[in-house]
Design a protein around this ligand. Structure first.
Ligand code: 0A1
Ligand code: ZN
Length: 882
């Protein structure tokens, strides 16, 4: 039975500590074919402030209780009530510690939700965040209950030679028959969501790491049989993460072993369980033949992210789930900084901002809007959002900008020192920076509490050698109904000369404080006056995207073109060019809608061509600059009454204009960037060259009259990055051609037994712009290799279509919406969490034109009217329609 919707809302203001503390947990888990038995000895103690008669109420979810003992004696039937989702025990000792033994019987094989204990390709594994531990045993399953754990696993040696749990290994040995056991001990008190066990026939990739203080740590990455050679890059990323966290934040690892297990069936990217990270195998397994450069970057990021959680999340955890951004925003900030240090800082920053605008901005501006630190939820699984993660990271970054690097580091040191071993809140976190920076962050804290993306409007006036900047901020009241007070907004900026140099910043008068190159805007409006002399400088505002805002800067086109060519700040160059391209595509799309032919500003096209060939910039940055905004991005710029067909035509037109202007030069550039027959290297510089070649490919290919050259490029590719860029261009630009069909068939034949590559094959076709896309989707849905049981496969097809095929999903006849809604209804019965996540693809339905709005609403209402929906999906649908 699913947890169907009960409409119950959890509120932050209702938080109170538990009546009982849990000091220690001893578990015995017997794994058998078809069932698992769990015996949990929970050492509890009534808190001094709890009444002597208060019962103990433990959480459960779909549980079957098979035994209950108190200090070794059976608990009588009058003393307890058990249901699948709750266990209440009365008459417990008023003082002192006692041990409650809870026995449960589970069925991992039929657990398709992938929460709690389940089997993935024969491997037993667990997922306990956010509330999965209650699917293993009755417990106080909340993050502020911290205990030490000792776990004994028993299983058949043949099916599970590897037995893992959190912490350090203690003992292992043989049992009667073909069974064996292992005992693991985790000395660090932790909340139940960090519990994990894994048992299966897995291959290890082993390494070692010595920490700064000399602790010798054994590192192991476990994969399914025969795949450990694909984990070498992940291992390298892990060791680099460990070194980085010591150097940058003074954080060392704290156990004798660090295990990672790669699993095929996983709802999210990965999970930071103490000493035993469990990963979606997509974020571990790589080789040049099957993985692209962005897969490599993704593995590096996720490995680092989970490792960094050991301090930000595990050693210091969250008091309650409202504080989720305390661990997630901070850990994303840390993984972004790691990538910036390991690769290229500007390229990383641009990619992060690009991702923020693509994912978080629509969330923050639509019906699923919520504050970074929410105050209510119905289903916590639905709050692992771009707002909590990515906007949460932006808030940490702003604290760093406001305090400066040194005070920020002191604040982090204080946080680690003061809250180690605790379950903390955002208020605790902010207090550390207030003390370290000797500053008041109470206005800044509004960023955590007020939902929505503020607009920052910049107006320039130049007169007699003086430049006046008028800064205005505005926050519209949105779906979340939170406040609209002005924020403390750190705005990094530069005044750039026509020679491309940053001028010294000399304010004459100002209604906002300026520190170095940062304006501290704290009011809704402020004017700043600068003495700049006879030449009007170029205003490079919001450098490095120092605050997550929608910028309205009515800057002359000529100034933008100049900044795109010479802003000394690489982010500024990218933003100037992106703004120009965005404006051009926005008006081209509107012209298409109105039936007027679209035109493309030759100066903008030329600026794109120039940045592609600018040898002064690293290739990865040039790739980002020359890539035209995607169709959803153009849709966001238009904002309302969106016509996806017009956008599609306008973007195609821009690509043709780019090809006409730059075609031959792009071909020359592509040839010069080729690594020829050199062996594949995953380093950032080589990846950057491949990225620029890939970014130029669509413009080169669209100019060709046949698909044959692209097909040849596909066939000759010696790595997945090049192969995928060629086949994507075939699918996008020559959808019905024989070459495209042959390439898809060849791709399938070569990789049909490789799950991760097959996901790419499904996504490629889900994003194809063919007119019969829904019919094609249904054929793929019936493909023997398609299954809703594997989240990656479901996301590849359904998510690929709903989020990656704007035209197909938003077909005016509503067939795209209906098809997706139907899939969600089916998936919900197996895996509510994944269904709910995919359903967020509908979040912008109100921005489309009237026929599409009506069709989307009908499909959503039809799905929402089912009476067997999970709480996860129902929560998303209700809010999306709300
Ligand atoms: N904490 C993990 C991701 C994660 C979140 C939720 C989950 O189930 C609801 C599972 C994993 C991370 O940030 O990597
Ligand atoms: Zn995380």
């Amino acid at each position: 039975m699913l947890r169907t919707d009960d409409g119950h809302i959890i509120r932050l203001e209702d938080y109170r500590p538990t009546d009982f503390a849990i000091h220690h947990v001893e578990m015995l888990v017997r794994l058998m074919e078809g069932a698992a038995e769990v015996v949990t000895d929970i050492t509890l103690e009534r808190r001094p402030e709890t009444s002597e008669t208060a019962p103990l109420v433990l959480d459960g979810d779909e549980l079957v209780l098979t035994g209950l003992h108190l200090n070794g004696e059976p608990v009588t039937a009058e003393q307890f009530d058990a249901s699948p989702d709750q266990l209440t025990v009365r008459g417990l000792p008023a003082r002192g510690r006692f041990v409650l033994r809870v026995e449960t019987r589970l069925s991992p094989e039929t657990n398709t939700q992938l929460m709690g204990l389940y089997r993935s390709n024969g491997v037993w594994c667990t997922q306990c965040e956010a509330e999965g531990f209650r699917r293993i045993t009755y417990f106080l399953d909340r993050p502020d209950v911290l205990a030490t754990y000792r776990v004994r696993l028993e299983a058949d040696r043949a099916s599970a030679p590897v037995l893992l749990a959190n912490g350090n290994p203690m003992e292992s040995g043989e049992l009667d028959g073909s069974r064996h056991f292992a005992v693991w001990d985790d000395p660090h008190p932790k909340p139940s969501y960090l519990f994990a066990l894994v048992a299966g026939d897995l291959d290890p990739l082993e390494d070692r790491f010595t920490t700064a203080s000399g602790r010798n740590v054994k590192l192991v990455i476990f994969t399914e049989k025969g795949l450990s050679h694909r984990a070498t890059y992940a291992m390298d990323a892990l060791k680099r993460s460990m070194v980085w966290d010591e150097r940058r934040f003074g954080r060392e690892y704290d156990l004798d072993v660090f295990n990672i297990v790669a699993i095929s069936d996983f709802n999210m990217g990965a999970m930071e369980n103490k000493g035993l990270n469990v990963f979606n195998h997509k974020y571990v397994l790589l080789d040049p033949d099957t993985a692209t450069d962005s897969d490599y970057a993704g593995v590096e990021t996720v490995i680092a992210h989970e490792y960094f959680h050991n301090w930000t999340g595990n050693r210091i955890t969250c008091r309650d789930w409202f504080q989720l951004c305390l661990k997630e925003g901070l850990t994303v900030y840390r993984d972004q900084e790691f990538s910036a240090d390991e690769r290229s800082r500007p390229v990383k920053r641009i990619s992060s901002v690009h991702g923020l605008k693509a994912q978080q901005f629509p969330e923050d501006q639509g019906p699923l809007q919520h504050p970074v630190r929410p105050t209510r939820y119905r289903e916590i699984n639905n709050f692992y959002t771009a707002t909590v993660y990515e906007k949460g990271a932006e808030l940490v970054r702003m604290i760093e900008t406001i305090l400066g690097a040194e005070n920020f580091r002191s604040g982090m040191d204080l946080y680690f020192e003061r809250h180690d071993g605790e379950a903390a809140t955002i208020e605790d976190f902010l207090r550390c920076f207030e003390e370290a920076g000797d500053t008041d962050l109470s206005q800044f804290a509004l960023w955590y509490h007020q939902a929505g993306t503020p607009t920052l409007t910049i107006t320039e006036q130049y007169d007699g050698g003086q430049l006046t900047l008028i800064l205005e901020q505005d926050l519209a009241k949105g779906a979340a109904g939170t406040g609209t007070h002005p924020f403390h907004m750190p705005i990094r900026f530069g005044l750039v000369s026509r020679a491309g140099e940053d001028l010294a910043i000399e304010p004459v008068a100002g209604e906002a404080e300026i520190e170095g190159d940062v304006i501290h805007l704290t009011t809704s409006r402020a004017e700043l006056v600068f003495e700049v002399g006879g030449e009007r400088p170029l205003v490079s505002i919001l450098r490095d995207f120092s605050a997550p805002v929608t910028l309205r800067h009515d800057q002359p086109r000529e100034a933008r073109l100049a900044l795109a060519a010479l802003d000394p700040n690489p982010f500024g160059r990218w933003r100037a060019l992106t703004d120009l391209t965005g404006d051009m595509l926005r008006s081209a799309s509107l012209s298409e809608t109105e039936g007027r032919g679209a035109t493309y500003d030759p100066a903008v096209i030329e600026a794109l061509c120039r940045s592609a060939s600018d040898e002064a910039l690293e290739p990865a940055l040039r790739a980002l600059m020359v890539t035209l905004p995607g169709e959803p991005e153009i849709a966001r710029l238009i904002g309302s009454e969106i016509d996806p067909e017009a956008i599609h035509r306008a973007r195609r037109g821009a690509l043709r204009a780019l090809a006409e202007a730059g075609g031959p030069e792009f071909e020359r550039l592509r040839a010069s960037l080729s690594d020829g027959s050199a062996p594949f290297s995953a380093d950032a510089a080589s990846a950057g060259r491949r990225a620029l070649r890939a970014a130029l490919l669509p413009a080169v290919a669209i100019a060709q009259t046949s698909a044959a050259p692209l097909f040849a490029e596909f066939e000759q590719a010696s790595n997945m990055t090049d192969r995928l860029s060629a086949i994507s261009a075939l699918v996008q630009l020559f959808p019905g051609s024989d070459e495209t069909r042959s390439a898809l068939d060849a791709f399938y034949r070569r990789f049909e037994s490789d799950a991760l590559v097959l996901d790419k094959w499904f996504t490629l076709q889900a994003t194809a712009p063919s007119d019969g896309s829904v019919e094609a989707m249904e054929r793929l849905r019936q493909h023997p290799k398609f299954t809703l049981g594997n989240p990656n496969r479901a996301r590849a097809l359904i998510g690929g279509f709903a989020s990656g095929n704007q035209r197909g999903f938003n077909r005016a006849d509503g067939a795209g919406y209906r098809w997706v809604a139907e899939q969600l209804g089916e998936l919900d019965r197996l895996n509510p969490q994944t269904a709910a996540r995919l359903a967020t693809a509908f979040r912008s339905w109100r921005s489309f034109d009237a026929p599409r709005r009506a069709a989307a609403e009908a499909a959503l209402r039809d799905l929402a009217s089912r009476n067997d929906l999970s709480r996860d999906l129902s929560d998303i649908l209700t809010r999306t329609l709300g």
